[in-house]
Design a protein around this ligand. Structure first.
Ligand code: COA
Length: 260
């Protein structure tokens, strides 16, 4: 796995994807979107990968947004295609991934950067992180899912204020609003993120996939969530891992899950 704009590091089943354009504050140009799309396919398909972390290179930015230098040549058709391609190939694919993907936000997470963090299953941030949806400053609205996911995560009123003002908030405010789950010192961010994922990847993979799918279903207020949960709960009883989980508990030992 090697990419022009992303560094990858697979260590003990956790893949770290580092967006690597620090001189442009890791802005998402089309190459980054294509690289991320391929890297996410690897997360889906490689059985060695049990979870992933997305972060940004350098001390300053997670991702400072879509690459504004690509905007000037766009008309309505091009703008729509940009949003559609990004949402389908990257943001929705992250959200719907059957394995946990977590954002380690190490600085500015603006526009597409905030949206990238929000597409992840949950977020940790360093003390210097800053979040915002500044698209209105450019005469635009968020195009990579920001209006939908921000409202889901922090509620309609706060999402309105942030998006309409274009203001940035710091890590403490993001934590208070529920946008991020944990704050850590910059030098500990990746270690803290790994620590949480180490616990998660010890659980049954098919159960994790089902839980992600069910919680996403709820977040979009789709119909029949409770029935979907009943079906998923029942289906998991046919897996080897559910048998192993119950047996291990009764035998007072750690379960050894195989993803089957
Ligand atoms: N697209 C393209 N280039 C970007 C960028 C983006 N979203 N964000 C930053 N950059 C580039 C800058 O143009 C600059 O490049 P240069 O050195 O070749 O001139 C470099 O990254 C460093 O950014 P700079 O603005 O000098 O850093 P700063 O510390 O003064 O300000 C920000 C940091 C994040 C406040 C500022 O870069 C910014 O407002 N970025 C745009 C954020 C945005 O609107 N994102 C939403 C896009 S839809």
């Amino acid at each position: 796995m090697s990419f022009q704009t992303i560094l990858t590091d697979l260590h003990e089943h956790i893949l770290t994807l580092t967006i690597n354009r620090p001189d442009k504050l890791n802005a998402l140009n089309q190459t980054v979107i294509d690289d991320l799309s391929q890297a996410i396919d690897e997360i889906y398909n490689d059985p060695e990968i049990k979870a992933a972390i997305i972060t940004g290179a350098g001390p300053k930015a997670f991702v400072a947004g879509a690459d504004i230098s690509e905007f000037l040549s766009l008309d309505s058709k091009g703008g729509k295609a940009l949003a559609q391609k990004g949402q389908e190939n990257v943001f929705d694919k992250i959200e719907n991934a059957p394995k946990p993907i977590v954002a380690a936000v190490n600085g500015f997470a603006l526009g597409g950067g905030c949206e990238l963090a929000m597409a992840c299953h949950f977020r940790l941030a360093s003390e210097n992180a800053k979040f915002g949806q500044p698209e209105v400053n450019l005469g635009l609205v968020p195009g990579y899912g920001g209006t939908q996911r921000l409202a889901q995560l922090i509620g309609k009123g706060k999402a309105m204020e942030l998006t309409l003002s274009g203001n940035m908030i710091d890590a403490n405010e993001a934590y208070r609003l529920g946008l991020i789950n944990h704050i850590s010192a910059p030098e500990n961010l990746l270690t803290e993120t790994r620590k949480i994922l180490d616990v998660i990847i010890g659980k049954a993979p098919l159960a994790l996939a089902a839980a992600i799918s069910l919680i996403n279903h709820a977040a979009y207020r789709k119909e029949n969530g409770l029935q979907k949960e009943i079906e998923a709960f029942g289906k998991l009883f046919d897996t080897d891992d559910a048998k192993e989980g119950a047996k291990a508990f009764l035998e007072k030992r750690k379960a050894n899950f195989m993803g089957k």
